[in-house]
Design a protein around this ligand. Sequence first.
Ligand code: FAD
Length: 399
Amino acid sequence: MDTKTELLTRRLLMSETSEIVIIGAGIVGSSIAYHLTQAGFRDVLVLERETRLGLGSTGKSMGGVRAQFATDVNIQMSLYSIPLFAQFEEVIGSPSGYKPHGYLFVATNEIHKAYLGANYARQLELGLKSAELLSAEDVVRMVPQLRSDDIVGGSFCSTDGFVDPNSVMTGFIKKAQERGATLQRGVEVTGVISEHGRVAGVRTGRGEVSCRVVVNAAGPWAGLVAKSAGVDLPIYPLRRMLVPTEPFAGLPDPLPMVIDMSTGFHFRPEGRGLLMAWNDREEQPGFHTGFDPEFVEKILTHAVSRVPAFSELQVNPGRGWAGLYSMSPDHHAILGPAPELEGFYCANGFSGHGVMHSPATGRIVSDLILTGRSDLIDAQLLGIRRFSEGRMIHESALL
Ligand SMILES: Cc1cc2nc3c(=O)[nH]c(=O)nc-3n(C[C@H](O)[C@H](O)[C@H](O)COP(=O)(O)OP(=O)(O)OC[C@H]3O[C@@H](n4cnc5c(N)ncnc54)[C@H](O)[C@@H]3O)c2cc1C
């Protein structure tokens, strides 16, 4: 930040009063700002500690979006979010990069198959029309390069696919700004100020801002923000690595996201090559985001095992990257008011689904702040109280 901008920011913040302060301008904070202004509420200040947007998890994401989940609440969040990605340009005025290539889940035993069948029934019941169950033959017809000796079936949803997370984030925040929200970059929130059990403002490196509502959208760092407000947010950061490949020809076009349920290995097209991911269960919680070159060998083992032609894949380990998942105890988002402090709202713990569920999150959190209820989901389900009240939700369709 140059000296002039810095002085302006300092002056602005020293005297700032806003009704709602959102901490963090990742895809989630940006969507909440957009949805608040969309509902006609303009007195919104978004504080981002970095001088550039997208340096948190959003800029590291694989950009996958899907409605093929096991739990009603995750399916419902996708049923709001994916149509918005599809119409993003018309509604928001900039592209989302939505590519409906589909997600192909590949089942290799009867337990997987029964699980996909049960999920499909829930998805259908909730109104998802583009999902289908597949036979082993259908799966192989879709991606003939798969090793098929153990494949017993699968599922596919044609409206699942990928988006460009940076483009979605920028679209949301720009539209929110056009409608009156303010974004301040290079401003770190260092504490939440409370009076008589309710939010009174935030402390930043550049002065204090008084406000009545604080939204914690600080991604993997949200636990630290919550702690400064005296709120116990049970999330933890977990490193996640992605491996892009050099160009690879011969796969079907369009190629879906392909998930090998036997190992969790999955891949999707990225440019003329692929982007590969795998959940390494040896990974330990922490804020470390260095890329481990040894991961390439591990992921390639799973890749070649499912697609023998991948023995020809070229990978430059220097192009791999890592970011942080923000994990909650039941792998579901934590949304809504914190019981410890009136006016403090959570939008955290997406457990790897924060990009795909950012539209629904914006809508739900905005509605909860402005009206105290959501018509999209039963918001009690995702409230933080579920942990103390023993109402955790189980989602096993975790990638
Ligand atoms: C490798 C990888 C692959 C992924 N793949 C997918 C996928 O395919 N599909 C999907 O849906 N999700 C995926 N995710 C998860 C997704 O990226 C996240 O859930 C999502 O980006 C969370 O957005 P966010 O806005 O909450 O957090 P972030 O993008 O991390 O934004 C939080 C912001 O808060 C700011 N901040 C933090 N503390 C403060 C403070 N004290 N004061 C001011 N600002 C602060 C940070 O600088 C940051 O900009 C993936 C994640 C990773 C790491």
